[in-house]
Write a protein that binds this ligand. Sequence first.
Ligand code: 2AM
Ligand code: CA
Ligand code: CA
Ligand code: CA
Length: 268
Amino acid sequence: QPSTPTDIDDRLDAAVAAAEHGGTVALDSFRTSLDVETKAEGSMDAVTAVDRAVQKRVFEFIGERYPDDAVVGEEDDALKTVPEEGVAWVVDPIDGTNNYVAGNRVWMTSVAVCRDGDPVAAANYAPATDDLYAAGAGRTSRNDTTAAVSDETDLESFLVNPIFGVSRSDRRELSAVVDTVLAEFGDLRRFGCAQAALSGVAAGELEATVSTVELNDWDTAAGVHLVRRAGGRATDVYGNRWRPGSRGLIASNGEAHDMLVETFDPET
Ligand code: 2AM
Ligand code: CA
Ligand code: CA
Ligand code: CA
């Protein structure tokens, strides 16, 4: 059980190494011809052999160092939810597979460490731009510098990045969020990579991310920790502190967070 800051930093170093290692494996096949499958007939939810190979390598890397820790991951038959107790690693081998497949640069290998369900260390590595976002018990870093959320307070200047999948129902909800963002906020970004959106909030590249649908913990856990350690806030759509399994996600620089929640709360 990592409980002291040293234990967490030890896991952080391994999370960074795992994300960099996995990301480098994926980079080897970036912009090559790939066999793309979809997870359901006719859907846009793509997966490649690279997604699976990267997760396998990252799991091996973690297993060699921390054989007693649980591992959660998107691909194959890995554990899909973060256990309430103990240490769990949460891995998205490629977040932004549709970008990866299309040759767009916005995709990340994401590794988070949770203790008793709370993220305590996180590493998001974007191999195509060689950007690393990391946070343990201390501050968030982007590459060699400390990262902090933006100090923008004016909602009309906020850049907001919605995080949604590509199913019909996700698109309907996204459409409503897009209308609201364009009507009430500064401008819209849609990266197609949840962890890049969250990393961006942590580093002050944008002000907020919003999702009103159920995301998986590998889409969110690392980024939530980065945002918190960078001085921002992360809640569910109702404004409750985000936890694995939470419904929806609103992460922001913390300025006007309650206003954001009020704007996107599905019950109001
Ligand atoms: P993925 O690339 O790992 O699948 C935009 O699609 C973002 O939402 C990506 O971060 C993507 O992660 C994530 N996402 C979550 N649910 C999704 C779904 N059902 N289909 C596609 N992407 C999904
Ligand atoms: Ca996927
Ligand atoms: Ca993902
Ligand atoms: Ca993925």
